[in-house]
Write a protein that binds this ligand. Structure first.
Ligand code: PLP
Length: 383
């Protein structure tokens, strides 16, 4: 057994990253400023998108876009239940109704058909989620949405470096990325809103900082009038330069990080082939580039004779950390009670919600860490 605990994720922070952050702390300007502007520009260059707005989180980006689109009571938003709770919570907080599209059993993503089944006269927005580093098949979803003129906002929290049909996720349309510490790059906490629609970008820039249309750096450092005016009530979701400089440093290494993630994922795949109780995800049809944000497996609970939760617990006793991405949102207490949820409403989502488990995956892991995880899994399963 491993002598030390292997966490399920750990950010890669170099000494240069730490020096860069210290540099900002010493500079006299620590909130939104030149580093944020630079980070937004470099992010656009990497993704190939028209514009980007750095924010305090991806959740903030989703909140702002719901506000910008005027989503409220009487409106429906289509999204999967196999997602992080933030989007669904925000839809409910806006007074609107989440409508859950079921996912493909082996990619964990919504399809054109599952989204189409959820359309109604009240549908105002579609939020597909790119899962684990693979892209949603956006073609059919864009076609369905386009026909009815319904906006699509892609949850790209898992998808930095992911490509779909030879293009980076985020290049086309509107997408929100996350830089939470477990994501493929981190800014501590943070997010990036990308769009090819200048009006949407303008609106998000304004709403992220009190509805002023300019941020503190614009006003103080670039010689504009300090009397900025409220154009509409906004929020306070700006990213700081402390975070942005870390993001700049991390972004330089994203391809290297993702290459390492891919190598580790391939090793897991190879070594788990003959473990019958473990079912990996499948890749969506090519051409795609996978960012390997997560290495998710499903436990065949009937064959293994052990629940997923016990499986995770036993791995922990063997010094292996795991994650759960995600427990279906519609099966959580508030949603069961408030929406009158019955089991079997979303068969593929529920099947996976009971069986998924994310194995350790981060760039600083090495091959023998993967081997330790696989050995521990084999030991747990042969009890
Ligand atoms: C992490 C995550 C989010 C939220 O990102 P934050 O930056 O923490 O707000 C949203 N959706 C998915 C699918 C995520 O994994």
């Amino acid at each position: 057994m491993r002598s030390n605990f292997l966490p399920f994720s750990r950010p890669s922070i170099s000494d240069e990253d730490i020096s860069a952050v210290a540099g900002v702390l010493r500079s006299g300007w620590i909130t939104t400023g030149p580093k944020v502007a630079d980070f937004e520009q470099r992010f656009c260059d990497y993704i190939g998108c028209q514009g980007a707005v750095a924010l305090s989180s991806a959740t903030a980006g989703m909140h702002l876009v719901l506000k910008a689109l005027g989503i409220g009571p009487g409106d429906e938003v289509i999204t999967p239940s196999m997602t992080w709770v933030s989007t669904v919570n925000l839809i409910v907080l806006a007074g609107a109704r989440p409508v859950f599209a079921d996912i493909d059993r082996d990619t964990l993503m919504v399809s054109g058909d599952s989204v189409e089944n959820c359309l109604s006269a009240r549908t105002r927005l579609i939020v597909p989620v790119h899962f684990a580093g693979a892209p949603v098949d956006m073609g059919p979803i864009r076609r369905i949405a386009g026909k009815k003129d319904i906006p699509v906002i892609e949850d790209a929290a898992h998808a930095l470096g992911t490509e779909y049909n030879g293009e980076h996720v985020g290049r086309r349309g509107t997408a929100v990325f996350s830089f939470h510490p477990i994501k493929n790059i981190t800014t501590g906490e943070g997010g990036m809103f990308c769009s090819d629609d200048q009006d949407v970008l303008e609106r998000i820039r304004r709403l992220k900082f009190h509805g002023l249309g300019v941020d503190a750096y614009d006003r103080q450092a670039q010689g504009r009038s300090p009397q900025a005016e409220v154009l509409e009530p906004g929020y306070k979701y700006n990213m700081t330069d402390i975070s942005a400089v870390l993001g700049l440093r991390q972004l330089e290494r994203i391809d290297e990080f993702n290459r390492k993630r891919t190598e580790l994922a391939m090793r897991y795949r190879e070594q788990l082939i003959d473990v019958d109780e473990i079912l990996p995800l499948s890749d969506p049809p090519s051409p795609i580039k996978h960012a390997w944000h997560l290495f998710i497996v499903r436990l065949d609970i009937d064959r293994a004779g052990i629940s997923r939760d016990d499986f995770m617990e036993e791995l922990k006793h063997k010094n292996i950390g795991t994650g759960l991405h995600f427990r279906a949102v519609h099966l959580q207490k508030y949603y069961i009670e408030s929406m009158g949820i019955r089991r079997n409403m979303l068969p593929n989502t529920e099947w996976n919600s009971d069986r998924i488990c994310s194995l350790p995956l981060f760039p600083e892991m090495n091959d023998s860490d993967v081997d330790d995880v696989v050995d521990a899994i084999k030991e747990v399963l042969k009890r």
